[in-house]
Design a protein around this ligand. Sequence first.
Ligand code: NA7
Length: 464
Amino acid sequence: MQGWEWSERYPSQPEILRYLNYAADKLDLKRDITFGARVVAAQYDEAANLWRVRTEQGAEYAARYLITAVGCLSSANLPKIDGIADFQGKWYHTGEWPHEGVDFSGKRVGVIGTGSTGIQAIPVIAAAAKHLTVFQRTANYSIPARNAPLTDDFKKYVRENFAEIRDVMRSTVNGHPWRIADRSVFDVSDEERNEIFEKAWEKGGLRLRAEFRDVLTNEEANEIVSAFLQKKIGQIVKDPAKAAILADIDHGFGTKRPPIDTGYFETYNRDNVALVNLRAEPIERITATGVKTSKGEYPLDIIVFATGFDAMTGPLFNLNIAGRDGLALRDVWREGPRSYLGLQVVGFPNLFTVTGPGSPSVLTNMPVAIEQHVDWITRCIADMRAAGQTRIEAKPDAVDDWMVQVQEVANRTLFPKTPHSWYLGANVPGKPRVFMPYIGGMARYRRICDEVAEKGYEGFALGD
Ligand code: NA7
């Protein structure tokens, strides 16, 4: 939002919260928000053509349209490890972090999980705790974030080029304010390529992925990028045993969420940090005093579960949404989410899912994806009002076609080849393995949605 100035490249939580408050105040949104209201049920009432929504506090609301904006990564995934209830120390899930913070000083801490969250939490916890043990199941790549205060020159550049930057974000695959280079990994010599990688590594962040167009589609191209990043681990981590465990990565770079970090691999050079390879010694249980693996016991005062989320569908299921004839969304999606454009589900009229499964969502810069959905839904409801229509529902054929497209574009990439990613639901036991987000790119997706609207909401049944 114009008028707001960010202080650093990757602002921390308090600054993001200040921004959200700023935006809410500036747009005078707070009078329309009921805070502290957890929705526990949402039921479509067909006779009245209304959604009936109930909160935990027992308040009931009726609405013509129900728009979910519950996020893709807001339902914490606590693994079912035996013995959690026996643990005498304190444990936390990173997705449900206490607002007052956690005091690690003088404590022996264990972190389970090395996804983006673990990778970003581990250096901070290591600096605060007496001792940290990291329990790694899947080794991961990470690129330095190079977080730093924004310079006055950069702020000026953004102010003066605001429209152009937004234009790039709207027209690129991931909704980032930079374009993916139109060259193959094989278009350049080894030397040139290495120079490009080194520069991108120094710059930090996700731009390295955008240096070549075939990183996520060509296995050999991906192997080259992956090897560069694996080698970096060996260069940073001094203990060869730790370096070997950290660099033993079983998937291509970017096919799982690519983390960025501040001093992650460097943290393993600290004397107070130990690394446990769960592939060699799986966790058997949590005991009263720590974590027990197949090879030993690790005494801990605090356990931090950085074990991710029941991504994309979890937050929607938690709303207990029931459509026509009381059909539960949870049941309709038992075999995996099925939607039209990630926006609507058959049997759930007037329900719109912002960044729902089947849309680019988590594969993009999230605010860009959210804005596109909000704009589209706003236009759709305005068009319906103008036409005197009060009911919109995706047609089954349109959903079938869209699901084919979602899987087709996914199969053209290396993503489905990594079987243990949360994009596929693989991190939650029992969850169906379906590639959930639309990977055809934000720009293409935006075009498709606009065309659908221009053709009178093709694929949707509209009525009054
Ligand atoms: P992620 O990316 O899902 O990472 C979770 C990590 O926890 C990952 O290393 C998992 O290993 C590990 N994990 C999960 N369950 C277990 C059990 N049972 N035992 C040991 N280790 C486990 O979640 P994050 O919170 O880091 O990131 C989610 C998104 O939030 C991120 O992509 C950003 O967009 C922000 P695995 O790889 O499954 O073997």
